[in-house]
Design a protein around this ligand. Structure first.
Ligand code: SF4
Length: 242
């Protein structure tokens, strides 16, 4: 790994007051082609936009769970062509999906929680995407979730997917940004966004597990709305759930 793991807490404190572009520059300077942006939502396109404006051709991957909205597939395609970036689309293992659906049907998550389905459709493909990397970059923000993201630092050692033998660094360049700052950037720089945002969706995941939010509701209230606030992570950022 390029960074000394023991230096990361001090670096997180230092970079908390720096711009997202400075954090992105640090990530690509330290890891080059061994760092990738994990792309799914509005924040991630902001990061792709910032990276390309810094003259970086970012490595980007996304997780196709097979349950996304048609609008999200169009959005992925639009982002790829807008930035001329190859998005590495990761798919779940078909045998695991088939076994789950045969055993429990297509909507088991409404009955026994989203963890099993997310584990198959998101977490396992993420593990494969991260395997060749030394670091990854996410669009997580502290104010996204009242229960799970309030302590997300700008840079951290990923203890969920990294190991002592194979440490993995996670950069969250927008952790100090608000939703307002993200959307101001999107408008100012004409950044492509998912058309579902214009229909009341804020945080967008899989179609059966996402619904629009009502005025005054928190932005992740539309995700897995049948579950408790403090359990609203899909496993991609499981370390956030204390
Ligand atoms: S968000 Fe819903 S449909 Fe998507 S992987 Fe998780 S449980 Fe399955």
């Amino acid at each position: 790994m390029a960074l000394d793991p023991t230096s990361i807490p001090a670096m997180a404190a230092d970079y908390a007051t720096k711009s997202p572009q400075e954090t992105l520059a640090l990530a690509f300077r330290e890891f080059g082609g061994d760092v990738a942006i994990s792309f799914s939502g509005a924040e991630d396109v902001v990061l792709i936009d910032m990276a390309t404006k810094l003259g970086i051709e970012p490595r980007v991957f996304t997780l196709d769970t097979g349950r996304l909205h048609a609008e999200t597939y169009r959005f992925l395609d639009r982002v790829a062509s807008h930035y001329r970036v190859d998005i590495d689309v990761m798919f779940p293992q078909s045998a695991a999906v088939q076994a789950l659906v045969r055993a429990k049907g297509l909507f088991s998550f409404y009955k026994d929680g989203h963890k099993e389905c997310c584990g198959i459709r998101k977490v396992e493909p993420l593990v494969r995407a991260l395997k060749p990397l030394g670091a990854w970059i996410t669009g997580q923000r502290r104010d996204q979730s009242p229960g799970t993201r309030t302590a997300v630092p700008v840079v951290q050692l990923d203890r969920t997917f990294g190991t002592p033998d194979r440490p993995l660094v996670k950069f969250n360049p927008l952790s100090e940004w608000s939703s307002r700052q993200v959307w101001d950037y999107i408008r100012l720089h004409d950044v492509p966004f998912n058309e579902l945002h214009a229909r009341g969706f804020i945080s967008i995941g899989c179609e059966p597990c996402t619904r629009p939010t009502l005025p005054g509701q928190h932005e992740r209230a539309g995700r897995w709305w049948w579950e408790e606030e403090t359990r609203k992570e899909c496993g991609l950022h499981a370390g956030n759930v204390g």
